[in-house]
Design a protein around this ligand. Structure first.
Ligand code: NOJ
Length: 533
């Protein structure tokens, strides 16, 4: 009996050691980043070649949902059939009316002195049904006009092909769970390169695949995105699998047919929080922070950016184990063949990152069985005393997290990747005196500066989310992200610059983050990444 007990104890120790040894990247005993944060040591002059811009997305901006031959997207269908799913029961039918007002908006971008505008193309304007048989000249003309207007002012367009608004017709065929979408996506990408590639040199295939697949989790994880199909733990992995293949197909198409004469760059925009251990002294919590990062960033980053390709090992193992426990014959996470791994690996010219916030991680399974949430094995939280965006609740202000993600990318995926921060910004109630947004942007930019100059991360672009207040998905127009206020109750959707627009002008004209914000950076970085309880 004693023998059995000690054997069990030994096994437990071994298991603990193996698990413990698995992760040793993130939390060296003394993190240099944590020790050194005296903002007054630096001048915060931004690199002269750093591209600074603002971002947008078709469904959140354009309106004109059924004009100019546009077809119905999954977000049109979802908001029309489920008004209650949107916090203020509104939708993107009119949104900021960018469709009719783009000329004035582009003038605004010019006046701000920005280098870049990130916009997305609505697949349903180019091909109302999603297939090439429905090519729509009016849609093609619209984006031609937008791109020409940008070029006229010397603004570099950064174009996202897919920002969540799948043609409803393709959804009816199963959406991203149907691998046929890879072919349709390739046709779509082909049209975009051929019509716009002479002027568009920055392409993003898919925006935030981790969020784009949320629509296959139904309402169970709370967000209830379009298409609102409830297939948690199965559909979302399948959709993600197809997205990776579609992304790679669009990349290879560019390489084979367009790159030589168009000479552009292609990537994908991946979203991740930074994760800290709930208890910094707990080895288990450190592992939890690493594990959730692998599940979130690694899910789409490893197949594309890692040396080895494919999904992170921990993800493959955990999902296979859970699937087995649940009685499945095979893992709910689909497998890539070796050929597919090689086809997807390396399909990016830079690392596109959307980064907003930080959470604390600990091991505790939650969420329905089966689900991605449960598979991660991790529960996230953030102390109530961290400054927060009141309208989102999830967006805690933790600038140091941005620097840590940037370092993680360099150390984990190698320093050959240029990084473009394709989104960073703050959400509030829309007041034009938006000092919190200014402080957020200034302090996050300071952390980016440190990542560039102290840590040697090659950040080549920084895109603020967002130019205008816009439709924040299921939060409707309640949560505002613009550096311009939009009066949505006025038929003219009047735009008014906020304090942050002035701040952006200062940044672009001086190429320096004003030192007066250093004290906020110092204070915010003092916020301990731990729960007091
Ligand atoms: C992520 C998305 O790309 C964008 O559409 C959204 O509005 C912002 N982040 C803020 O949540």
């Amino acid at each position: 009996m004693t023998k059995l007990v000690s054997l069990a104890a030994l096994l437990l120790v071994m298991v603990t050691i193996t698990v413990g040894a698995e992760f040793n990247y993130i939390y060296p005993e003394d993190s240099e980043i944590d020790k050194e944060d005296d903002h007054y040591l630096y001048n915060f002059t931004l690199p002269s070649d750093l591209k600074i811009g603002v971002g947008s997305a078709a469904y959140q901006y354009e309106g004109a949902w059924n004009e100019g031959g546009k077809g119905e997207s999954i977000w049109d269908r979802f908001t029309h059939t489920h008004p209650g799913a949107i916090a203020d029961r509104k939708n993107g039918d009119v949104a900021t009316d960018f469709y009719h007002k783009y000329k004035d908006d582009i003038k605004r971008i010019k006046e701000l002195g920005l280098d870049t505008f990130r916009l997305s193309i609505a697949w349903t304007r180019i091909m109302p049904s999603g297939t090439i048989s429905s090519l729509n000249q009016q849609g093609i003309d619209f984006y031609n006009n937008v791109i020409n207007e940008l070029i006229k002012y010397g603004i570099t367009p950064m174009v996202t092909m897919y920002h969540w608004d799948l043609p409803q017709y393709l959804q009816d065929l199963g959406g991203w769970t149907n691998e046929l979408i890879v072919d349709y996506f390739e046709d779509y990408a082909d049209v975009l390169y051929s019509y716009y590639g002479d002027r568009v040199k920055w392409w993003i295939t898919i925006n935030e695949p981790t969020k784009a697949v949320e629509g296959y989790n139904g309402n169970v994880t709370g967000s209830g995105y379009a298409p609102n199909v409830s297939l948690p733990g199965v559909g979302s992995y399948l959709a993600g699998h197809t997205m990776l293949k579609a992304h790679a197909r669009a990349y290879h198409l560019y390489n084979n047919k367009y790159r030589e004469h168009q000479k552009g760059q292609i990537s994908i925009s991946l979203e991740t929080f930074w994760y800290e251990p709930l208890d910094i002294n707990s080895r288990s919590d450190r592992n939890a922070a690493e594990q959730i990062l692998e599940f979130n960033l690694g899910w789409f980053a490893d197949p594309i950016y890692s040396e080895k390709g494919d999904y992170p090992d921990i993800m493959k193992r955990k999902i296979a184990e859970n699937s087995k426990k649940e009685g499945y014959r095979r893992s709910r996470l689909p497998e890539f063949s070796e050929e597919e791994v090689n086809y997807i690996r390396g399909t990016a010219d830079f690392f596109g990152l959307n980064q907003y916030t930080t959470n604390l991680a600990t091991f505790r399974e939650e969420g329905p069985t089966p689900s991605y949430k449960r598979d991660t094995g991790v529960t996230l939280s953030a102390p109530s005393y961290w400054p927060v965006s009141e309208t989102t609740k999830w967006e805690k202000v933790a600038p140091k997290g941005l620097r840590k993600v940037l370092n993680y990318i360099k150390d984990h995926y190698g320093d050959k990747w240029d990084v473009v921060i394709t989104e960073n910004g703050f959400m509030d109630d829309g007041a034009t005196t938006d000092t919190s947004r200014v402080i957020y942007l200034a302090t996050y930019m300071m952390e980016m500066w440190k990542a560039i100059y102290i840590d040697g991360v090659k950040v080549v672009g920084y895109v603020i989310w967002s130019l205008l207040d816009n439709l924040e998905w299921t939060s409707g127009y309640i949560s505002r992200a613009g550096i311009f206020h939009v009066d949505f109750s006025d038929p003219d959707k009047i735009r008014t610059p906020k304090e942050s627009a002035e701040f952006v002008k200062t940044i672009t004209s001086t190429r320096q983050i004003p030192i007066k914000y250093a004290r906020y950076g110092k204070e915010l970085n003092k916020i301990e990444f731990k729960d007091p309880s």
